[in-house]
Design a protein around this ligand. Sequence first.
Ligand code: PEP
Ligand code: MG
Length: 580
Amino acid sequence: MIVAKGIPVSEGIAISRIFKYYPRAGIEIPQECKASEKEVEKLSKALEEYKKYLNELLNVVEESERDLLQAYVLIAETFVSEARELVENSNVCGELAIKQVLDKYVELMEQSSSELFALRKSDLTDIALALVELLRGGRVSGDVVGVKDRIVVAEELTPTVFFRIQRAGVKGIITATGGITSHVAILARTYGIPYVILPSLDMTSIGDDVIAIVDGFDGKVVINPSNELMEEYMKKVRILNELRDVLKKYAFEKAKTLDGYEVEVLCNIGNVEEGRVASTQGCEGIGLFRVEYLYMSSRPPAEEVLVNTFTKVANFFEGKPVVIRAPDLGADKPPPFISIREDNPLLGLRGIRFLLEYRNEVLKPFLRGFLKAYAQSKNLRLMIPMVIKPSEVYEFIDVMNDVAQELGISYVKDLELGIMVETPAAAVLIDKFAKIPQLKFVSFGTNDLTQYVLAVDRTNPRLVRMYNELEPSVLRVIVRGVNEARKHGLKVEICGELASKSIAIPILLAFGFRSLSINPRYTGAIKYIIKNTRVQQFEQLLDAILNADEPSVVEELVIKTLQGYNADSRPLLLFSKYRS
Ligand code: PEP
Ligand code: MG
């Protein structure tokens, strides 16, 4: 039995066998080699296996990726057919033949290459390398087909791979890299998949198929657990399920504090299906639709896809707000169809900067899709990510007006426009933003705001212990921004992960937030906390909170105060962190 301590990222307990996930790495292909007698046959077999693999992959990829996979089949057929000719005419081995075909097409592509649509080259490489792996008798790396009911162990996961393993039925996740507010972490919490980051992870020391436990509460990973430990964990799972059931019923109640303040509980989603599920989980609208996942493909989504997506989500929440965020691409969400080389992407071309740079390729088509959907669904709102000054918002509005004019529509002035407050610059300029007539609301994106206030990369596992939204420095920036926004008549919302953290709720309410946008899984727990909070008590504590030296002091103050007047504080304690 091996017990390793890591970082808890998504709560819950998974007990299952391990599946080791390796992304496709560079593969050495010999410079020279001769064809064997069966070379042509081997090529045909590799093609058949690859087609079978793509077919299985179709079940676990996003709808938007399906067309691409169909194209993969055609490309693979071309590759193999041309490689076959090379084998027959030049007597080279299959691997080298595939490489030569790949080089030919990459060269052709590069002659017309631009920064845009760079995936086409990586697509070809991906296909060629998969064929080479199969020619060598291995499995396709990056294969997620066997993960059903398994615990996936990987160096790193991207959101695209996350969605594949989630659809394939993953039970738990262990990675060496990542952070607690990285996007894979947020997704794991959304889908209730226990997840632990283990910076010391050495994949080679863990066997495929061995039994493991992922304890997403304490950040523990156990490999080959003893029978006693297995029993202990099974008991924990039962207790957690009971508690989850208790909290579930609060999800559908109105969230009103003990001293009578009503709080709107909206939710964060990343696709239509999550929107549908959210509408059945007590969410009172959508405070953040992360549309970036629609862009994780070889090309931006078609206009009709955008219109359909936004309209569907708007319909799930008729009469309630649905906030669509303009795509926050770049940094930790790089779009595959544009290759941006930057030394410092987190401080680079992302959010509004990216949109204004690629206005013709990305922003305008997005706005066309959004405005067409808005024409039918007036509960849609629009939010701009990563702003640092009002001129960016004015430029965005200019582009939006141009698009509206092209579409021949004039309803843009009624649209509720908001900005995300996720840079310190935005937080200290709220009075200036408030002068923009179209601007109606601000939403605090505490995931990025924390990383930029603390200068701590939210995806760096070595800095996880430094990344804490309850650092008084972060709280001071938030409270100052909230006060300014309220003073200038802007509606104030929060959509960062901090709003899904039970321990933070009394503080956020004391700051003046009356609208929270949270992970849909936490509606029960968060409404429970709201209903058990006396805001005025926490308003009196604000000085102590903002003057604390450490986040742990802030946590203690909150817990002690809640316990002081709640008869049954057990769920409050259990849900003191990211708990569902
Ligand atoms: C945030 O930064 O808090 C936020 C909600 O946006 P994202 O996590 O998508 O960067
Ligand atoms: Mg952000």
